[in-house]
Design a protein around this ligand. Sequence first.
Ligand SMILES: CC(C)(COP(=O)(O)OP(=O)(O)OC[C@H]1O[C@@H](n2cnc3c(N)ncnc32)[C@H](O)[C@@H]1OP(=O)(O)O)[C@@H](O)C(=O)NCCC(=O)NCCS
Length: 185
Amino acid sequence: MFYGKRLFLRPYEKGDAKIVLAYRNDPEIMKFLIPGIPYPLSVLEEERWIEDQARETERKSFAIILKETGEYIGGCGFNEINWKARVATIGIFLGQPFWNKGLGTEAFQILIDFAFTELNMNKLKLFVFSFNKRAMRSYEKNGFKVEGVLRQEIFRDGQYHDEIVMGLLVSEWKARRLVEAPRSV
Ligand SMILES: CC(C)(COP(=O)(O)OP(=O)(O)OC[C@H]1O[C@@H](n2cnc3c(N)ncnc32)[C@H](O)[C@@H]1OP(=O)(O)O)[C@@H](O)C(=O)NCCC(=O)NCCS
């Protein structure tokens, strides 16, 4: 379990499948999350994915839980880990009721701290669709910078959109912590 102020991250449990799907199959979320065809998933597919999580080493996802209520609000994790270059690709989603409350930024902060302090990553990177301004702002709040643009990579709502690559180096994360530390005392 990894703890933040209002949230903690825990491993997925089989019993999470239904609530995960309630959020994951929401078209408003799939629009931002799925680069290919945004098919909804079945409970069986979701349960299999959760079972596979226990065996994964290159991909690891965590359930995001509200401390106050114990409620599942979304998921985040490592989609790919390159142990040689020490680069991890990360991702996140929250159910719509929890957007715009600072919770996504906090959940990512917990994941980022874990990646740099326990996994010894040198860099974190992520992909975000150019129309997902909320996500980009949230990533910027955690120190991510735009590294590149994959032009017309996404076809959504009948149009092509760019996909943005953002990254955060461990050196940048450390520098931010030095600046932020006096404020949190
Ligand atoms: C992306 C996501 C994880 C962000 O988490 P969140 O808790 O909503 O984000 P936060 O509240 O921490 O921060 C959002 C910021 O975006 C801003 N914002 C919201 N809508 C915006 C818009 N249309 N344009 C620009 N900024 C916007 C908010 O004001 C806030 O910035 P501020 O704190 O400076 O005011 C969450 O919204 C989500 O799960 N969205 C759907 C799935 C998704 O997009 N996943 C990411 C795929 S790359």
